[in-house]
Design a binder for this molecule. Structure first.
Ligand code: HEC
Length: 190
């Protein structure tokens, strides 16, 4: 931008900034409460998807690789930046259980949202590789990385490791990701 802005251009600039700010406020006002509904709907859809995958792993419903994949994709598509975007700006609102520390600990929130997507993507790939039945490669294995503490626990790099562990293990770690995020970023009752 030129430094020697004339009085006329300066006035025009001030006007356009004012218009810009008004546009932003209008957008925020519109996306205020509908976002809460939307994110709660997405969360419920993810819960249903996780239940259907769990039922297939447990043998409570027959394995269907297409349904398994669709459920994994439901979670994948609503994770990562799509999830984070629904908690942008001022996070707390009436009817929402989102905790205000999402705003201050944004990086950790975004990381959990991203990890969720990596695990869901791994499940989606597993469904492609196992079209007919839950193959032995999908089941928990001795070589699966151990999550959490303990001296023998390998530190998991989710982006790198999600596809190399068994699908069942990825599923358990995915559920832990849901739980971790809720423990940290969702208030119990309001
Ligand atoms: C990155 C953080 C994060 C992750 C990961 C996450 N959630 Fe949530 N979840 C939240 C927050 C925050 C709320 C509260 C939203 C609100 O009320 O505005 C919530 C709310 C919910 C709700 C209640 C929705 C309602 O109707 O009020 C369910 C069910 C849910 N999550 C399921 C899941 C499942 C299942 C997973 C994993 C597959 C998951 N969530 C992963 C942060 C997360």
């Amino acid at each position: 931008m030129r430094v020697d802005v004339g009085v006329k251009t300066l006035a025009a600039l001030t006007l356009s900034i004012a218009a810009f700010v008004t546009a932003i406020s209008a957008a925020t006002a519109q996306s205020g409460s509908p976002n809460v509904v939307r994110r709660q709907q997405d969360m419920k859809a993810m819960a249903d998807a996780a239940k259907s995958i769990n039922a297939m792993f447990k043998g409570m419903s027959p394995y269907d690789s297409k349904l398994f994949k669709a459920a994994a994709e439901t979670i994948r598509s609503q994770s990562g930046t799509a999830l984070s975007a629904l908690f942008e700006g001022s996070v707390t609102a009436t009817g929402s259980k989102a905790s205000s520390n999402i705003e201050t600990e944004r990086q950790q929130f975004d990381k959990l949202a991203k990890d969720l997507g990596a695990f869901a993507a791994a499940l989606s790939v597993a469904a492609d590789r196992n079209p007919d039945k839950i193959g032995p490669g999908m089941r928990m294995q001795a070589g699966d990385p151990v999550a959490g503490g303990g001296p023998l626990a390998k530190k998991i790099d989710v982006a790198r490791d999600a596809t190399s562990m068994s699908a069942e293990h990825a599923f358990h770690l995915m559920l832990q990701t849901c739980t971790s995020c809720h423990a940290k970023f969702r208030v119990e009752s309001k």
